[in-house]
Design a protein around this ligand. Sequence first.
Ligand code: NAP
Length: 518
Amino acid sequence: MTDIESHLEGRWILGKGKKATLVNPSTGEPLAEASTEGIDMKAALEFARAAGTDLREKTFAQRGEMLRAMSRAIHAHRDELIGLAIANGGNTRSDAKFDIDGASGTLAAYADLAAELGDVRVITDGVGVQLGRGARLFGQHAWVSRHGAAVHVNAFNFPAWGLAEKAAVALLAGVPVVTKPATSTALVSHRIVRVLVDAEACPPGVLSFIAGGTGDLLEHLRGQDVLAFTGSSDTGALLRGGPSVIAHSVRVNVEADSLNAAVLGPDVDDGSDLMNLFIGDVARDMTQKAGQKCTAIRRVYVPRGKEDLVVQKLSERLAAVKVGDPARDEVTMGPLATAKQLEDVRQGVSRLEKCAKIVFGSRTDVTPLGEGTDKGFFMSPVLLLSATPDRTDAVHTHEVFGPVATVIPYDGSAARAASWVCAGAGGLVSSVYSDDKAFVKSLVLAIAPFHGRVTIGSSKMIGQAIPPGTVLPQLVHGGPGRAGGGEELGGRRGLAFYMQRVALQGDRAVLEAVLKRE
Ligand code: NAP
């Protein structure tokens, strides 16, 4: 078993004391240990901040070259990283590619954006405004890089993409990163950082890495730093309320739980391509990464009268799922990431059973394929049906972070469907499947304020459709309310979190000189 080190102050450091054990979730076999005890987190944060001086000297285009080098280095180690994701994350090969290619792809997308921004360090924001009676007194907004460090705390489910999607935006904005993956699945992130360090893809201090807990790091955050968190809402609330965060008005972005919904329109017939798209999206979201995806569909709203049909179609898909050790080729769904995760999901299904009945799968029964899987954290996909829903039911209030979804009938009206979707109190993404433009308009505009993203499935775009569970660098990721109130990515929109918008006011000629391209 290996010890995994943190990369702080430009060097690899091993923590002391009690270590956390990282395991293979298919077999329970210990793989590595991690600890950050005894590490000087204040010095680590100061070192990262100091690296910002050189980073800010680079133009966006130059920072983009760095992101391109990072993307290429990750891609060059793709197979090795896939192997680690299978071993430590319980990912199937396809799940692992989703994470690792998502990482290199997002870095590449931000490298492209950097080229568009060009050889500048400041971004002017919109057109300026004349402030006085004459043309001379003028106001212009501009974005400048903050002088702190970006601390990134990530969830266990996307150790590659989670690291890269946050780092790509922060580094392009000119802010050095201290990244901390969830400890349980940190092997992939650890290897990525090693690959980047060895390839000298980014200068020392620009990307620091924590293997284990954050220690007292967050107590040292100051007003130019930012904290971006992905994980449970409980941890999000804790970090948002940290004394240093409050005392120094540290910017915080939280990406948390979400009860993502999919709504089938009343016009969608059995046997249509659109019905197949809808069923395919729900089945994929239930089983990809064993349902451990923040964007996965949890609530499936269907016009009353079609619930039996949808349950039957989904059950057929789920019956074809092969649960087991993802190192085996025939396996299509791996285990949950940790023993605690399995326990939480089983308890979550029990809560759902108070308002819904299981129509496919089981909370406890599963026979995984593979040697030694009796000690793994496996679960079968579970589909539930909530025939007579109530707004206070767990299905609208409790996220079960596993291969679990609930079918819920509605009366076929867009207004009623919207009111059910919004009962989830804010989400990352919801989707609607319909060719009825009036239905789609009414539903989309009603649910839009409660979501970061809404996807619309319609017959004419089948074949090009990107599933709702896929987060794209071009579009924002985040959502209000339960989803944490955060916003990431969205092309250049993501830069705003790491930069300061400043209003410059004065003689127009002087302002133009200040903002002139170099
Ligand atoms: P979690 O238990 O909240 O942990 C998330 C991260 O926070 C981990 O890196 C964890 O580190 C760290 N952490 C926990 N307590 C901390 C503390 N007191 N101080 C500093 N860091 C702390 O969540 P999880 O179980 O990993 O993730 C599952 C949840 O994440 C689900 O609810 C899911 O919806 C949500 N999620 C949301 C998104 C999104 O984009 N909105 C994406 C993925 C997941 P350790 O591992 O070292 O404890």
